[in-house]
Design a protein around this ligand. Structure first.
Ligand code: AHM
Ligand code: MG
Length: 335
């Protein structure tokens, strides 16, 4: 079997389709290398005294874990000197990180959640890194938060890495979704799936059901319909899965279908949802659409939302088309 490495995949994409500028190629390679480094730290866990709290809070008031902080630093250090980026933004940083003047400035913006699924770090459950790439629109050296406020449909690339039983990297450059598995013996990312497709129909949903009493009516109705199974309006039995790491839940959906919901709830009515538009929802929505699925906030396509601030939150419904459509219909019926 021909083994295709990430480097070879990117070179061939550039050569054959000409749609990957050299700076974007470098960016993907650098992010993938940083993910390898994060995977090593995650793997060491208690042996490297890397578990537990960092005793600090991020801009969203969440307590940071040591590995959240380390992963954020690994991504900054890996990316700031290569000349491919203008600036970075992270779920774990209050403001954007502009590439320092001592380095050349590139034309891309990188956004990431350095370690998604923080509550699973210390219990040895799959966690991951999510990233999104935008082009800097304006010219000149100045970069501001405004440059990042682009709708997700303008992403040049997006992906995530799951640190689970295997370490896998899932990537889209806007032309389908590919999956690489880390070969720890050679240190190389090997292409193991060249066209991930989400089945249109599913019998599996993912939601944190402990929040049920706080949900809005359309979400309650949708889950009630699923729970009613064969005898209900959907006429089929559903199964439920909730890992608590979006990367792991989305990876399952990309692999075998399903629907993922993290909806608005009434505990904090002014917040549109828990998940972050730019670090979590947008990259996952891009991947899911590229794999043939749908991603909405219940009403509109996530990739069409124009962000008004960096750390904006959003409701998320994504996965197999038929289910996302059903959730959307229920929301529209309410209007
Ligand atoms: P994080 O980025 O701080 O880890 O938070 C995001 C995570 C998602 O990965 C996951 O889907 C969700 O939060 C789980 O939330 P809950 O603990 O409410 O089920
Ligand atoms: Mg996250």
């Amino acid at each position: 079997m021909k083994r295709v490495s990430l480097t070879r995949y990117l070179v061939e994409q550039q050569r054959e389709h000409g749609h990957i500028p050299p700076q974007l190629r470098l960016l993907i390679e650098v992010v993938a290398r940083a993910c390898k480094q994060i995977a090593i730290a995650v793997n060491k866990g208690a042996l490297g005294e890397l578990l537990g709290s960092a005793h600090s809070e991020n801009v969203q008031g969440e307590v940071q874990k040591k590995l959240d902080v380390i992963s954020n630093e690994v991504l900054i250090e890996a990316n700031e000197w290569g000349g491919h980026l203008a600036a970075m933004a992270s779920e774990e940083m209050d403001t954007i990180h502009v590439v320092p003047n001592r380095y050349p400035q590139g034309e891309y913006l990188l956004l990431y959640d350095p370690l998604d699924g923080s509550s699973n770090i210390d219990v040895n459950v799959s966690i991951g890194t999510i990233f999104s790439v935008l082009r800097k629109v304006g010219h000149g050296r100045g970069v501001s938060e405004e440059d990042f406020l682009q709708p997700g449909k303008q992403q040049a690339a997006a992906g995530y890495c799951v640190y689970g039983p295997q370490t896998t990297l899932v990537l889209t450059l806007g032309d389908g979704v590919v999956l690489f598995t880390l070969d720890r013996e050679t240190g190389s990312w090997v292409l193991t799936e060249s066209d991930l497709r989400i089945p249109e129909e599913t019998r599996e949903f993912a939601i944190n059901a402990s929040n049920q009493r706080h949900w809005a009516q359309p979400v309650r109705r949708y889950i009630d319909e699923c729970l009613a199974g064969k005898d209900g309006p959907r006429a089929k039995d559903f199964n439920m899965r909730w890992v608590g790491s979006m990367v792991a839940d989305v990876h399952r959906i990309l692999s075998r279908g399903g629907v993922f919901l993290y909806p608005w709830d009434s505990r904090e009515p002014e917040k549109p949802g828990k998940l972050r538009l730019m670090y979590e929802a947008n990259p996952m929505a891009f991947l899911v659409e590229q794999a043939g699925g749908l991603a909405t906030d219940g009403r509109q396509r996530i990739l069409d939302i124009v962000p008004t601030k960096l750390h904006e939150r959003v409701s998320v419904v994504l996965g197999s088309r038929a289910e996302v459509q059903r959730v959307t219909e229920l929301h529209q019926a309410e209007q």
